[in-house]
Design a protein around this ligand. Structure first.
Ligand SMILES: [Zn+2]
Length: 313
């Protein structure tokens, strides 16, 4: 089995990235890559973050502005049109996906569209880099821009409150950020999901929806149904092994007598043994199937056992 460093343990070299997780290389000296997703719909990526823009007869709709490359968004748009940005859609409130919005130097009339919860979180944050939305919705919003359509919808708190699904029906492209990671292990602790049962439900929902291209907000390429199915299989294996480990492990074993009146230590010892069992069970099958399995499997194991204990999903 490969060496899987535990949390807090430095390692000199991680496992190599799977070929299946890699995307097309960035264009030299550009810092980003532009990918056409259908009629006048484009993904911009630096092969770590992903955002989109859609061109219609009078302007451009931008979806997210990740600060790692927001300076390239205008340049990327200029590659295909000289029309102005008229709308910005926020996938959710997190600064790593929309914190570049201020630097887009939007005109006064530009509509910023997001979920009600995103507005609430941004009003609280008072962050000049993330202007507060001017149009919000709670359930569904149909964005008609000239001859183009985006269907925005809310499916609950999977990642954080207000994280929406963005669907381009003609281009059969679905954008959902920070939930699915095509070819990769999800970012730590189910991408810092605030509601693990809600996260599982959203991945199931994305799996059962009809679309052809998934823009997931991260990693090196767009996603397919096979990518979602693979992540779901991993998640279900993880859940099953975590349940098994919780059932077969007893608190209070293998701990020094003197520590038994230290409830936190007793639980730490118990949960560590549960996590070790989970990681050992998953490593043979999964260490070569998802890129960066070794980087985040411990985080996923701890997030899973915790959710099973406290959410009883
Ligand atoms: Zn996020």
């Amino acid at each position: 089995m490969p060496q899987i460093p535990t949390i807090g343990q430095r390692i000199s070299k991680y496992q190599p990235i799977n070929e299946s997780a890699k995307g097309p290389a960035l264009e030299p000296n550009k810092g980003y890559r532009l990918q056409k997703l259908g009629r006048d719909l484009y993904m911009i990526t630096d092969n770590v973050y992903q955002s989109m823009f859609m061109v219609y007869d009078k302007g451009v709709v931008v979806v997210d502005a990740p600060p790692p490359y927001e300076q390239y968004i205008k340049k990327a748009i200029a590659e295909v049109t000289d029309k102005p940005i008229t709308h910005v859609v926020y996938s959710h409130s997190h600064t790593d996906h929309i914190g570049g919005t201020k630097n887009l130097e939007l005109g006064k009339d530009v509509a910023i569209i997001a979920h009600d919860e995103t507005k609430r979180l941004l009003q609280r944050a008072k962050d000049p880099n993330r202007p507060v939305p001017t149009i919000t919705f709670s359930d569904k919003y149909l964005l008609k821009a000239g001859n183009q359509t985006l269907e925005l919808s809310y499916h609950g708190n999977g990642h954080e409150p207000g994280n929406i699904f963005i669907y381009a029906p003609e281009q059969k492209t679905l954008m959902v950020v920070d939930v699915v990671f095509p070819g990769w292990m999800p970012w730590r602790r189910f991408a810092v999901s605030q509601d693990v049962p809600g996260y599982f439900a959203q991945v199931e929902e994305i799996n059962s929806m009809k679309w052809e291209t998934l823009v997931s907000g991260h990693v090196q390429r767009t996603g397919s149904h096979a990518d979602v199915a693979l992540q779901l299989e991993f998640m279900n294996d993880l859940k099953r092994e975590a349940l098994k480990a919780l059932q077969s492990t007893k608190p209070g074993e293998e701990i020094d007598e003197a520590d038994k009146n230290n409830a936190w230590a007793l639980f730490d010892n118990y949960i560590d043994r549960v996590a070790i069992q989970i990681v050992n069970a998953l490593t043979p099958k999964w260490s070569t199937k998802l890129a960066a399995f070794d980087v985040y499997i411990w985080d996923q194991a701890y997030a899973m056992e915790q959710s099973l204990r406290i959410d009883q999903q």
